[in-house]
Design a protein around this ligand. Structure first.
Ligand code: ADP
Ligand code: MG
Length: 348
């Protein structure tokens, strides 16, 4: 479906393990003052100036991505984004990453170069140093695991457990697009199987596909909140869908919540595509996942500071735990929110 323009193929065995590592990693420069030693020794050495946050996410071929429509460059980029998003969700700033890959010999060196092009682009744009990793062989698919390290002053960190009754529930950006992008790509894959010469017209879905293939972590939000002088009482990033993230905040904070259906921010392409495919846009936003937006709670006192901001939408408020976790629909009925987030163990 996506043509590989790179026609030259160098077998990994021609470089050997050390040659391959050297080849893939020689491009990485050190930009962060806190990086004392990057790639090239038994371990990296860091000199942190604040509290350290550490997070890891692993992406497995066939489970988290499908290389028939995910270009390797995008996969590299996305594997960094999903980790940086977790660092931003702590209200911290990412500073370093490590990248570990397991590859089968069906991948030529050029394919791994593409993967690392995406990783390098992400690292540069988000100002993080690639300070290490591991390279091993795999008998089947590609596995990529990224660890992100970040820093925050102790009083700046935001956890999932700080939401209080009456706090406002706020979300950044818009929801549901990444999931619909995946549905479009899956559909095109099936069409392509039947007719390899078909020329898909994807103009109506550009935003959706971009959100699936090239997500961006919200590095702007920490700065924005600092400028607005707002410190969230709790925060989480939206990787599995809005409903499961709301439930995580509520369970951890021992509170309840009312979420208002008519407040959920949706892009026009999400609305038109849901109409086209007769899908419910609320269900998509609640359960879709992979949006990598931030969900947080703020004290009602902070409402004037955030209300006019185009990046932020108030979608609900926190209640007592005993009131439960509910969606208030457009028809003004109250239904319990259930977590049907994306789950990699779920049977398809
Ligand atoms: P060791 O045998 O001590 O684990 P390696 O030969 O695996 O060392 O790695 C050598 C250096 O290259 C180390 O700094 C390691 O962190 C780094 N490295 C190995 N694989 C990768 C990779 N896929 N991406 C980035 N850095 C890597
Ligand atoms: Mg190693």
């Amino acid at each position: 479906m996506l043509e590989n323009k790179n026609t030259s193929k160098t077998d990994i065995s021609q470089l050997g393990e050390f040659g391959l590592i050297e080849h893939l990693t020689k491009r990485f420069d050190i930009l962060q003052k806190t990086t004392i030693k990057g790639i090239g020794d038994d371990a990296a050495v860091l000199d942190p100036k604040a509290q350290i946050v550490v997070t890891t996410d692993m992406l497995v071929e066939g489970v988290h991505f499908d290389l028939s429509y995910m270009p390797l460059k995008h996969l590299g980029y996305k594997s960094v984004m999903v980790n940086l998003s977790d660092v931003y969700a702590m209200n911290a700033v990412p500073t370093q990453i490590t990248v570990s890959i397991a590859v089968s010999n069906r991948f030529p060196v050029e394919a791994l170069e593409e993967l690392y092009d995406g990783i390098a682009t992400a690292a540069k744009l988000y100002n993080v140093d690639v300070v290490g990793g591991d390279t091993t062989s795999s008998t089947s698919g590609l596995i990529i695991s990224v660890t992100a390290i970040g820093q925050a002053k102790k009083d700046q960190l935001v956890y999932r457990d700080g939401a209080k009754e009456n706090d406002l529930l706020v979300v950044t950006g818009d929801l549901g697009a990444a999931y619909l992008g995946l549905q479009i790509l899956e559909r095109e894959k099936q069409v392509f199987k039947v007719n390899p010469n078909s020329q898909p017209d994807l103009d109506a879905y550009t935003y959706l596909i971009e959100r699936q293939l090239k997500p961006e972590a919200r590095k702007d939000i920490g700065k924005l909140l600092e400028e607005l002088e707002v410190k969230p009482t709790s925060m989480i990033d939206i990787s599995d869908g809005l409903s499961s993230e709301i439930i995580h905040i509520c369970k951890n904070s021992k509170v309840g919540c009312n979420l208002y259906e008519d407040k959920i921010p949706l892009d026009p392409q999400v609305i038109s595509t849901c109409e086209e495919f007769k899908m419910d846009s609320t269900t998509i936003a609640l359960s879709g996942g992979e949006d990598y937006e931030l969900l947080f709670t703020v004290s009602t006192e902070d409402f004037p500071k955030i209300k006019a901001n185009p990046h932020l939408t108030v979608i609900g408020h926190i209640t007592q735990e005993s009131e439960g976790i509910h969606l208030i629909t457009r028809a003004n009925t109250k239904i319990p929110l259930v977590a049907r987030g994306w789950n990699s163990f779920q049977e398809e």
